[in-house]
Ligand binder design. Structure first.
Ligand code: 4AD
Ligand code: MG
Length: 433
């Protein structure tokens, strides 16, 4: 009978059977009589045991000489192992080396952040990045599932664009056959065109901001999910937003228990964030609340990290801050029906200091008003003519929002810094590896 080649995650179906698995060596310990090999294969982590008296002399010698990150096939019988979290181990009978490894730089001792980021291409193999990026994958999967269930069509927006809807100060400019082009800051304007064609759409792609600030919440390249809905008011959009966030958290709780445990994230705290609705607090009231609690803020300013942290902590759950001052928001946001100074917008702030995870608004539908706003913001009107067309041919009330994927990942995983939430982070001082 041929020995099956399987993956670690499937060993539970092979108890007391002999199998073969392609693995890398994480760590090794042991004595003259026994070697314990910590193994991984990308699906899970577990232990293989090589007992000198049970294997050939040659196999035991190989086991003893293995170096960190050597790749190999191990063959052996699967046993239940109630002492480990994983629950199973392999009694190894044979080892076939596939790729040698020498002087692997990331040793079990402590390394600094810069060292690990310089070795990100290797550090991906380790426990914490593995768990974080598995959760990233689940959030992506659940995003497609949620929006498909809700009847949205995925619409891909371009990455090279002529426009700068989120402001001109944070643009990556590039030469496009003699013309200026910019890396997309947002797919929103294209999503609006899509909503007029498909009703409910979402874009999901990389977006770029030449953020000069070095913070633990900013990347220069990040991924954004941008739903846009025709015949939809801001209030209806807020309901979609909170359902979506709750759905993402539930999906991770259901499918990533192992990863949450690796990261030490409190599951009961996370579960409490699935309770809807999330509070809605007007910008005016938020300013008042901050002032009452000793913050030196005046009406009209944008919130910084301390203010955001305070507001969401005050409610112990994500909180919508609605109707921001017009002057600090993008040109496309809908005017308030009775006030000149605010727009129909909302930011969703996450608790525990994770900051703004969603920004969104209802979109103004008036051609002349938008034209004026574009000019007031110093944008090139010619680049937005196609966008203004949408207001000329059957415009409808519509709303949308953008979720920053990496912000959501830090919130769900409890990671301190956003660089951990993307395989190869791009920040002001990092473009390699
Ligand atoms: O609030 P923002 O700038 O909104 C937009 O871009 C709108 N066009 C979205 C829309 O209505 N369709 O960005 C949306 C979200 C933020 O809430 C934040 O989560 C994330 O994108 N984000 C960043 N994430 C990481 N690094 C950065 N530099 C980010 N800038 C924004
Ligand atoms: Mg924002």
């Amino acid at each position: 009978q041929e020995i099956p080649t399987i993956q670690i995650t499937d060993v539970k179906h092979y108890v007391n059977q002999t199998v073969r698995i392609g693995v890398w060596l994480r760590q090794k310990r042991g004595s003259g009589k026994i070697a314990f090999l910590q193994l991984r294969d990308g699906t899970a982590f577990f232990q293989g045991v090589v007992v000198k008296s049970d294997v050939s002399e040659e196999t035991f010698e190989i086991a003893k000489s293995l170096k960190q990150e050597t790749s190999m096939y191990v063959t052996g019988e699967i046993h239940e192992d109630t002492r480990s979290d994983f629950g199973y181990e392999m009694a190894i009978s044979g080892i076939e080396i596939v790729g040698e490894s020498h002087d692997y730089p990331i040793t079990p001792k402590e390394h600094g952040v810069d060292f690990l980021m310089d070795h990100r291409h290797l550090y991906l193999r380790h426990l914490k990045p593995f768990a974080t990026l598995k959760i990233r994958n689940e959030l992506i999967r659940a995003t497609y599932e949620f929006f498909n269930k809700e009847g949205f069509t995925k619409l891909d927006s371009p990455i090279l664009t002529g426009s700068a809807p989120e402001g001109t100060t944070e643009l990556f400019e590039t030469d496009y056959f003699g013309e200026s082009a910019y890396l997309s800051q947002t797919g929103q304007l294209y999503a609006e065109a899509g909503a007029m064609a498909f009703g409910k759409v979402f874009t999901f792609g990389p977006t770029f901001r030449a953020e000069k600030s070095k913070t633990r919440r900013h990347l220069t390249e990040f991924w954004m999910i941008e739903p846009e809905m025709a015949f939809t008011t801001q209030e209806e959009s807020l309901e979609v937003q909170e359902r979506y966030i709750s759905y993402l958290i539930e999906s991770v709780l259901k499918n990533n228990e192992q990863e949450l445990d690796i990261l030490g994230r409190d599951k009961e705290v996370l579960r409490s964030y699935t309770q809807l609705p999330y509070p809605r607090l007007s910008y005016d009231d938020a300013i008042q609340l901050l002032q009452d609690n000793g913050f030196d803020v005046e009406w009209g300013v944008d919130f910084g990290s301390p203010e955001e942290t305070f507001l969401a902590e005050h409610f112990s759950k994500p909180v919508f801050i609605v109707n921001f001052p017009k002057e600090i928001k993008a040109f496309y946001m809908k005017r308030h029906p009775t006030r000149d100074d605010v727009v129909i917008s909302a930011d969703l702030l996450a608790p525990e200091g994770y900051g703004e995870i969603i920004g969104g608004s209802e979109r103004d539908t008036d051609y002349e008003y938008l034209k004026t706003r574009i000019e007031e913001q110093g944008l090139d009107l010619a680049e937005y003519q196609w966008y203004l067309d949408l207001r000329q041919y059957g415009t409808v009330p519509h709303s949308g929002f953008g979720l920053g994927l990496e912000r959501m990942i830090t919130f769900v995983t409890g990671e301190e810094h956003i660089r951990e939430a993307i395989p190869f982070p791009r920040m002001i001082s990092r473009i390699r590896p």
